[in-house]
Design a protein around this ligand. Structure first.
Ligand code: FAD
Length: 365
């Protein structure tokens, strides 16, 4: 893990602000990360992956998240695509697709549509069987990483239920349009993807026919939620770092900011948020590694806690740095924009609250 952390550090190398400003990570940097297996580090070694545990991958994700949330978002998408293939695909499909993802190709996952945001039962992208092919039609919105992707895992209606299908972006009928000017994670390659009667081999459909959309989506999102939780731990660590460094040296009213009690309270809050978010993510990853049935709810809890605390913590960072953190190129400003989006994706704060409340209602006496 130390080598991977060093690799990621060297790869980003203080360029995250430039990538954010340009709205793009250089293709060679993303390909290098993908080819090193860093973007989906939990893929088992038999498929060319690094075979990290969820805990190991989580710690790596937090490190990348502390440097660059755009690159971390690509880790979340690639890892979620790989996990969907691993979990929903046959052995043959795992063998066909996973080595491509660990070997340098990039993947993204597309659920959301203009009318199907929080309520994914409204997905109306269609996968229709036609002989030994399937034909895919529909439009997906806000697909993170789709701008860079070679493959997309697309969720749609299929055979009276739902299915996920693996779609090479180079297939005729696939159009990828960049989302202009996103609030944050500006270099994460969000895109709208249109599928105009895209013909694919029937073997591109993962798993059997007519599965429940909720089950399929929960499978993919559990990985995504945990990855986002760890990424938010990284944002909190980055914020704590810039805040403590600044508050020790910046003096006002004859002493360092850190010695003013109201500023010290901000620092304490940030430190506690980082600690509790990390504990929740560690717990969820332990559940994952132990294949505990609590894994799904633990991932929701970690994502909810870490994303709300990262949004608050990034706000605190801007507050303490004040004018020193108030420009687009400043870490705190970037964290502020990036963290807010983490409260929206992979199940918004409100959707997580509904799941957590339902869990409490069904498990408490
Ligand atoms: P809506 O569903 O319209 O919700 C609007 C508001 O209403 C939210 O605050 C929501 O919490 C609240 N709300 C909705 N229903 C309820 C309810 N029942 N009770 C209480 N409150 C409710 N999608 C993908 O498929 N793949 C991706 O890679 C991806 N990446 C994304 C990256 C970014 C940066 C963003 C912004 C979005 C991304 N999305 C992606 C889409 C994302 O999953 C959706 O934006 C999200 O599910 C919310 O849907 P919506 O934006 O349509 O909001």
């Amino acid at each position: 893990l130390t080598d991977l952390v060093r690799f990621a550090g060297d790869l980003v190398g203080g360029r995250a602000g430039d990538w954010d400003a340009a709205g793009e990570i250089p293709r060679e940097s993303i390909t290098a990360a993908a080819a090193a297996g860093v973007l989906c580090a939990q893929v088992p070694t038999e498929y060319g992956g690094l075979g990290l545990t969820s805990t190991g991958n989580g710690r790596l994700t937090a490190h990348v998240g502390s440097l660059c949330s755009s690159l971390r978002s690509l880790m979340t998408s690639q890892g979620m695509a790989a996990w969907s293939i691993q979990r929903l695909g046959s052995r043959g499909q795992r063998r066909a697709y996973l080595p491509r993802l660990t070997g340098g190709e990039l993947a993204a996952v597309a659920f959301s549509e203009a009318s199907a945001g929080s309520d994914l039962s409204l997905i109306d992208t269609e996968i229709v069987a036609d002989g030994d092919s399937v034909v895919l039609s529909g439009r997906k919105v806000w697909t993170t990483g789709a701008w860079y992707a070679d493959l997309l895992v697309v969720f749609g209606q299929y055979a009276g239920g739902a299915a996920a299908v693996v779609v090479p972006t180079a297939t005729p009928g696939v159009t990828v349009d960049r989302v202009p000017d996103p609030l944050g994670c500006r270099a994460a390659g969000h895109a709208t993807v249109t599928f105009d009667s895209v013909r694919l081999p029937a073997g591109a459909v993962l798993g059997g026919a007519g599965q429940s959309v909720e089950l399929l989506v929960t499978t993919a999102l559990t990985y995504g939620r945990l990855s986002v939780a760890w990424g938010c731990v990284g944002i909190l660590r980055g914020c704590l770092h810039v805040v403590t460094a600044h508050a020790k040296v910046r003096e006002q009213f004859g002493k360092p900011l850190a010695r003013h009690q109201l500023v010290a309270r901000h620092i304490a809050g940030l430190a506690v948020d980082e600690h509790t978010a990390a504990a929740a993510a560690e717990h969820a990853s332990r559940c994952w590694d132990e294949r505990s049935p609590d894994m799904v709810v633990a991932a929701v809890r970690a994502k909810y806690l870490a994303s709300t605390q990262a949004a608050r913590g990034a706000g605190t960072a801007v507050q303490v740095l004040a004018s020193a953190g108030a420009r687009d190129g400043d870490f705190a400003a970037r964290a502020y924009r990036d963290a807010k989006l983490m409260e929206i994706i992979e199940g918004s704060t409100e959707i997580c609250q509904l799941i957590l409340a339902e869990h409490a209602l069904t498990t408490s006496a």
